[in-house]
Design a protein around this ligand. Structure first.
Ligand SMILES: Nc1ncnc2c1ncn2[C@@H]1O[C@H](COP(=O)(O)OP(=O)(O)OP(=O)(O)O)[C@@H](O)[C@H]1O
Ligand SMILES: [Mg+2]
Length: 267
């Protein structure tokens, strides 16, 4: 946790592709915002799926300008359809950043420094990262207080997690001493399959940090990004919307307790 009263920075990380990092950035962010938390998503993935999923593709100023040209992050922050949820968008030029950063000074600290200079508008920052453990993800982990790891409920779900944990340990030793494993999140959970239940038990057996909330497999959730909407606005009564709401409650209670009482005060 930051000692200076600054935002809690969460990195969504898993080098495995398609496990729900982006879906979680958008929908956890939106549900936290609904509960009164001012949230900033930083789209640190050249695929720009968080940006597109909120209907905001094609921005001229992006996270590339912040990381590579070291422009102030505040100038790249834009509004979303969700009140209290803002985003620093990504775009295709970010693909070059992974290479352009290699010879750069303090290459792993670019995002951290940009966030440090951002000022106090946000209580939480969610950094969506690409499916690799390259320099972009290292920037996310160096800037983060808490790592959130979405894990898809499927065969070999634990495979790759040990590599991720080794990377977290290396970052902790070399770049960011207070990096903490905030939690693992089971995604695309299908209660009808034994495999899913087994995977969930196995992940919980290995990692005490696993969130109680599981995110169900949901067609509505996969449809929402094409409308540029978080699930709460696309179909607020869906099981997926309720699950991301429950996750937001858990995350707020654990990491942003000053907002918890306000959430409870709601009818
Ligand atoms: N709970 C879910 N139920 C059904 N579909 C889902 C669910 N979560 C995510 N998806 C879909 O699965 C795909 C991958 O999800 P998402 O983009 O969030 O993963 P990711 O980890 O960000 O992927 P990448 O590694 O490529 O960035 C998307 O098409 C998304 O809409
Ligand atoms: Mg993604």
């Amino acid at each position: 946790m930051p000692g200076n009263g600054g935002p809690v920075v969460f990195a969504l990380a898993n080098q495995k592709g398609g496990v729900g990092k982006t879906t979680t950035a958008i929908n956890l962010g939106a549900e936290m915002a609904t509960r009164g938390v001012p949230v900033l998503i930083v789209d640190l993935d050249p695929q720009a799926n968080s940006t597109a999923g909120l209907g905001l593709s094609g921005q001229t100023t992006t996270v590339y300008d912040v990381l590579i040209n070291q422009q102030p992050m505040a100038g790249a922050v834009i509004d979303t359809v969700q009140e209290r949820l803002k985003i620093v968008p990504s775009g295709p030029d970010l693909a070059g950043a992974e290479v352009e950063l290699v010879p750069a000074m303090a290459r792993e600290q670019r995002l951290l420094r940009a966030i440090d200079r951002l000022g106090g508008d946000f209580a939480a920052i969610l950094v969506d990262s690409p499916p690799s453990l390259g320099l972009l993800t290292l920037n996310a982990l160096t800037a983060a207080d808490e790592v959130l790891v979405p894990v898809q409920c499927e065969y070999l779900a634990l495979e790759g997690l040990s590599q991720l944990m080794t990377t977290l340990e290396a970052v902790r030793n070399n770049l960011n001493h207070h990096l903490h494993l905030g939690g693992l999140l089971l995604t695309m959970y299908d209660a009808r399959t034994n495999l899913c239940q087994q995977v969930a038990d196995e992940v919980r057996g290995h990692y005490d940090e696993t969130f109680q909330t599981v995110i169900p497999r949901s067609v509505r959730l996969s449809e929402a990004p094409s409308y540029g909407l978080p699930i709460g606005q696309y179909d607020g009564r869906s099981s997926a919307a309720k699950a991301y709401g429950a996750l937001a409650d858990e995350v707020i209670e654990k990491f942003l307790p000053s907002f918890a009482s306000r959430a409870e005060a709601k009818p």
